[in-house]
Design a binder for this molecule. Structure first.
Ligand code: SF4
Length: 519
């Protein structure tokens, strides 16, 4: 009699990387990516400082979108598709000349991981799907939690996420952030085209060596103390400032200031993944305010602080934890400010997270986590109220749940503040003309506003462009990239510059009026 056979059930198996052993370190390269080339180069320095071979993936390109679409869930958000495709294309190019097994042994991939309501918590699943599609499930990828500085060793002990590594990574990110701010406030006004990029490249290469040669202490607490007290990084940044002294700028060029906000990866990225929108804005005659990663890291500290503050009863442990977190926050802000100070306080200061939360509160509750949460609303209103930008350009990934909520809430914000110039740009990766033309429409109005501000400040101060030019000819220090123009209440740089020259008495109303008959 024939027997019935049980149908075989194939259960889902979560991806678990095979161990990365300590003795494999010297022959294995850690791949990483997802930030700007500046952040990645400094991170590479930190990893090498900790005796790892490390290499950033090539910058994301348009072809990565196609590679990602082929292998992962079609409904995935555009950053997931781009970044997965980026790894896929790298592995494909390697396996063209090297057997798959060898590639899987030669490299591991380290990426940020998180839990939460958005797909960020599922990134690794997309990577796994792609590895399956490539027939390389044996390839190892490891997650770096964003909220733990000391995660211990990954399976096998080859990778150790400890305090010395995490401190180095955070310090490198903050350093690349302040330099990126300097870059974006200089390049639109440079007198010699290409000079900013050249000096930036030299600065990053110099800082890469600084991070690579960072003194490493055996004891992790000694390492922590050293980071908090050393002048090692600030004196390096002061040297960088001297390099930037050589750049001559013309701040009388009237340009609207455009603040970039949006989903973390899209707003940080510089390249095809966001249609290179930051450079494009500069070509269109704008000054861009890039989003520092530091604001995001600062934001990550706050849910825990809020949770503790809202407790009904404060136990002794809760009080201690809250006090520790508040001290960590102060150290974090203090470090960022020390880096800014070494660069003549030119980079923008970090916004106050409580203020961002309070500004966003009527429109988006801070406990709605996922993506950038309430930050997008808070940052737009912060720039609006403090007159820090003429326009907000929010980069929203196609198929992103948290950003879609934020854009929806902005409709309410705009109802309350109709003169806030806001361009929500949906990024799919393959609809460039549509996205950029939408941005251009709002930019046209921003240009008019910055021109009006310039007319206004010239009229109020009684100065003329000709008089300022004459003053600049006699005082070239004001045309240096490192000359600090304080914020005097206008959004645009040129209007602030004129107001500052008048307020400081450097150019006076009387001397600005050319005598009759004078050229
Ligand atoms: S925030 Fe949006 S775009 Fe970013 S990972 Fe989450 S779902 Fe994707």
């Amino acid at each position: 009699m024939a027997t019935m056979t049980e149908p075989t059930v194939s259960h889902y198996q979560a991806y678990k990387p095979r161990p990365f052993k300590r003795e494999e370190r010297k022959d294995t390269t850690i791949l990483f990516g997802g930030l700007t080339w500046k952040h990645e180069r400094l991170i590479q320095g930190v990893m090498q400082n900790m005796n790892y071979n490390a290499m950033p993936l090539p910058n994301v390109a348009r072809a990565d979108l196609d590679a990602g679409k082929e292998l992962i869930d079609v409904g995935a958000c555009c950053p997931t598709i781009f970044t997965t495709g980026n790894l896929v294309n790298f592995l494909k190019s390697e396996t063209k000349h090297t057997p798959k097994e060898e590639v899987a042994n030669k490299y591991i991939f380290l990426t940020a991981g998180a839990c939460g309501p958005c797909r960020f918590g599922q990134y690794h699943e997309s990577y796994t799907m792609a590895l399956d599609g490539l027939g390389m499930r044996d390839f190892r990828l490891f997650l770096l939690a964003q909220d733990q500085l000391d995660q211990g060793s990954a399976d096998g002990g080859g990778l150790e996420i400890n305090l010395p590594l995490s401190m180095g990574l955070i310090w490198a990110i903050l350093c690349a952030d302040v330099l990126t701010d300097l870059e974006y406030m200089t390049r639109p006004y440079e007198v010699t085209p290409g000079q900013t990029d050249k000096v930036l490249q030299e600065s990053i290469e110099y800082l890469y060596q600084v991070y690579r040669n960072r003194p490493v202490k055996e004891n992790k607490w000694a390492m922590l103390g050293w980071h908090l007290t050393t002048n090692y990084f600030t004196s390096a940044l002061r040297k960088v400032r001297k390099m930037w002294d050589a750049i001559e700028v013309d701040r009388l060029q009237v340009k609207p200031k455009v603040k970039i906000t949006g989903e973390f990866w899209l707003q940080t990225h510089e390249g095809d993944g966001n249609y290179n929108i930051k450079r494009w804005l500069e070509q269109e005659g704008a000054e861009t305010i890039p989003p520092p990663i530091a604001v995001w890291l600062h934001y990550l500290m706050h849910p825990e602080i809020r949770k503790l503050e809202k407790r009904q009863t404060m136990t002794r442990n809760a009080k201690i934890k809250l006090a520790v977190l508040q001290v960590v926050e102060r150290i974090y802000n203090g470090t960022y400010n020390r880096f800014r100070k070494a660069l003549a306080n030119l980079p923008n200061e970090l916004p106050d997270q409580i203020e961002l939360k309070n500004l966003a509160e009527p429109f988006y509750h801070f406990e709605l986590r996922g993506g950038e949460g309430h930050l997008l609303i808070g940052k737009a209103l912060h720039a609006y109220h403090h007159k820090k930008a003429n326009m907000i350009c929010e980069l929203t990934p196609y198929s992103c749940m948290p950003n879609t909520m934020s854009v929806g809430s902005m409709a309410n914000v705009l109802g309350r503040y109709p003169d806030l110039l806001y361009a929500p740009i949906e990024i799919k990766g393959d609809a460039e003309v549509h996205a950029l033309s939408r941005c251009q429409m709002i930019l046209t109005e921003a240009k008019k506003r910055s021109a009006r501000d310039m007319e206004d400040v010239l009229e109020k101060t009684g100065l003329t462009v000709e008089a300022i030019r004459k003053y600049e000819a006699r005082n070239p220090d004001v045309r240096r990239a490192t000359y600090r123009v304080p914020h005097t209440g206008y959004a645009g740089t040129s209007a602030n510059y004129v107001a500052h020259l008048a307020e400081s008495g450097r150019v006076s109303r009387v001397s600005s009026k050319a005598p009759a008959g004078c050229c």
